[in-house]
Design a protein around this ligand. Structure first.
Ligand code: NDP
Length: 334
């Protein structure tokens, strides 16, 4: 499919299931960006999660997010139980404006169902010369280090750093050892898991995907990843006045896998962090780190894979499994 076809199909499917025009447009933008960058777990593959959220009655396909300024540099967007892409679009420009005005600004998104990747929101900030951070908690799948029961979400965090005349350096990673979708795929394909990804319901390490899904995922890097997962819970939950992952899980009565909660986004203007800040000089300095990294064989910058995919898919389009394509056509047919 061309990227235009991806967008048209996604939007038509969302409209046919009851999302209004602006939500369908915002979600289709998010899904298409993920396909474009070959982040397929968050592309068309995610449409059923959006549909399930809506059809279960847990998500609104029409709510208009509301924006309030809590302080001169803290903005809150209440998504009112709709999916996050529209709420993020609403908060994006005000957040960047506030960060440029005050040096640092915060966007607290609440009551948002989030099944997307986080790199789009931080990349947009870095495209405007800002440093961006984003944090989201999710359904409770991950045990704290040393524990055996699911408590944390897979809790991603993203970071973006602007560059001069180049796209930003961005990383966006879960705090679990693996994505949940990766375990589900291995179950489907009859493959075992690497050690260190999960424990079974009996609390013992397992490489069996069915046992892992019934038990708990593990954080990456032992207690270090566990501490990051805990931090993300606090930043995306109590800090912005929203729920923790286990509370979001309890609220997802229909078990849609589309949890509702908060997101914290922080934007910093580098020139406001240095006396007589010189943007170009600061960015040139950061380039020294990137070139030293790339001098080492095997090292690469996070996000370079996405940018290479972006160039390729603009020319060649994307491959979509026939079963997924058919499912989208079935949505459109109603
Ligand atoms: P990955 O492990 O695939 O990648 C994590 C990051 O590491 C990416 O930024 C990737 O960049 C970078 N990276 C990969 N390989 C290298 C390397 N060799 N050197 C340097 N950097 C590298 O992602 P995860 O499985 O942890 O997360 C996948 C996505 O799932 C994220 O987008 C996350 O936001 C999303 N997610 C969303 C949730 C939600 O509730 N909304 C819950 C959990 C996850 P690159 O892209 O260039 O490969």
């Amino acid at each position: 499919m061309s990227l235009g076809d991806v967008h048209r199909s996604a939007k038509a499917a969302l409209l046919s299931q009851g999302f209004n025009e602006i939500h369908a447009q915002a979600i289709a933008n998010t899904v298409t960006a993920a396909e474009r960058d070959e982040c397929r777990h968050h592309g068309l593959f995610r449409l059923p999660f959006y549909m399930n959220g809506l059809l279960s009655g847990q998500a609104s396909g029409e709510a208009e997010p509301s924006l309030v300024e809590l302080t001169p540099s803290v903005i809150k967007v209440d998504a009112k139980y709709s999916f996050s892409p529209l709420a993020l679009e609403r908060g994006d420009q005000p957040l960047a404006d506030k960060a440029k005005e005050h040096g640092i600004a915060v966007l607290a998104v609440t009551n948002a169902l989030n099944v997307a990747a986080l790199w789009p929101e931080v990349e947009r900030l870095a495209d405007r010369g800002l440093v961006g951070f984003a944090f989201v908690a999710a359904s409770p799948y991950v045990a704290p280090a040393g524990g055996t029961k699911p408590l944390f979400g897979t809790n991603p965090m993203a970071f973006a750093w602007p560059r001069h005349d180049k796209p930003p350096v961005v990383f966006d990673q879960a705090s679990s050892a693996s994505a949940r979708g990766e375990i589900q795929l291995r179950l489907r394909d009859g493959k075992m898991l690497p050690e260190g990804w999960a424990i079974g319901p009996d609390g013992r390490p397992t490489t069996d995907p069915a046992q892992a899904l019934a038990g708990a995922q593990l954080p990456f890097g032992g207690f270090k990843g566990s501490n990051i997962a805990m931090m993300v819970e606090l930043l995306a939950g109590p800090l912005v006045g929203d729920v923790l992952s286990f509370e979001a899980g309890e609220r997802d009565k229909a078990n849609t896998g589309a949890p509702c909660g908060g997101e914290l986004i922080i934007a910093i203007d580098p020139v406001r962090c240095v006396e007589n800040g010189d943007r170009i000089a600061q960015l040139k300095h950061s380039e020294m780190l990137f070139s030293r990294m790339l001098e080492q064989d095997g090292a690469r910058l996070p996000s370079d894979r996405r940018y290479e995919a972006r160039e390729r898919t603009a020319k060649e389009g994307v491959k979509v499994p026939v079963s997924l394509h058919d499912r989208i056509q079935a949505y459109i047919a109603g």
